[in-house]
Ligand binder design. Sequence first.
Ligand code: SF4
Length: 434
Amino acid sequence: MKVKKNTVKIITLGCSKNLVDSEHLFAMIASNDLKIVRENEKADNVIINTCGFIESAKEESINTILSAVKEKEKGNLKNLFVAGCLSERYMKDLEKEIPEVDKYFGATDKKKTIRDILKSLEIDYKKSLVGERVISTPSHFAYLKISEGCDNPCSFCAIPIMRGGHKSKPLKDILHEAELLSEKGVKELIIIGQDTTYWGFDNTGKRNLAKVLDELSKIKGIEWIRLMYAYPSRFPSDIIEVIREKDNITKYLDIPIQHISDKVLKSMRRGITKKVLTDLLEKIRKEIPGIALRTTLITGYPNETEKEFLEMLKFLKEFKFERLGVFTYSNEDDTTAAKELKDIIPQKEKFARQQILLEAQRKISLEKNTALTGKKMKVLIDRKDGNYYAGRTYMDAPEVDQEVIIDTKKKLETGNFYETLIYDCEDFDLFGEV
Ligand code: SF4
């Protein structure tokens, strides 16, 4: 398998955790004088970092592999490598079904996967580059993964099957990576992991995310630290104080709850009751003034009755999250739910329930946005788009939340913060002037 050593392309699918993995691989490959080309360019060596989370993501991964196989058959690429969650989860089937792929790689041991891919490309793994990344997000923000895998038993989730058990990244490695990112001009760090609130428990038996946040807040040049993927059960309340007290930790928290009905939460094995969950959310809202709470809900879980769905809708309308994502239940092989429960709710009904929740959220979002008009807010400019700029307030994570649209003749710098007067809004966007 003679590798023509000049160009490499990495196609990254799925979540921000996959993106970070690709960025580490990027740095190793780039240091070996191999030219990395963009996703829309031709390359001799193509690496697809797949996602295997839910049905739609698996489909996208398979289609991406098949179109690369076609390119290979046309002689437009030499070597095709497939990595990531889908590869980890279905390697045997993929090797049989799509043998045109030169090599499949796992996803549970990141370092081993990177070493194996570099070996297949016949280039060196450089220890000195551990922590280094070629970031593929706009250069002023970057995701910072603080752990791999997950120890939680959520019945519907296949991630532990693909990513393995929880492993906290050592604090010194997290800080080293964050310092390298800050030196590159990154101003916003988005803290990710499958369950960020579990950090440290595997090493010390204590959840110590507060320590990570506190140390990260000391890094020069980092103006925003944003916490994602907090797990509500056994929530380490000491992070509430750190988020409140540190100016450069955004008053923002992504805390997926998935449902609110006790019966469904129990079946989902979320390890929490409606009462404890509601008390926690109210405590966070009370103790961190101005906090923006983002959550995720699932509709159509196998035993979700109309009554339980309406309970969730009622809770959503009463609690009013600032930001929301809604997924329809996906019956994932080898998960507890798939083994023990029948996926009885028709897709049409799952989808209808999803739309009802999103419509309720649209009204909540418009109400909250209307309350912001006339206010001044600090906005981080993400990009220039035609005649206007798009940016975010502290209440918005990139790619999943809303934007501030700024239509100005002034020349604004992407990656800079601007005091912005919000003069108008829509349900999921704000309009501002610098
Ligand atoms: S916390 Fe639950 S839903 Fe999230 S990755 Fe772990 S098992 Fe999956």
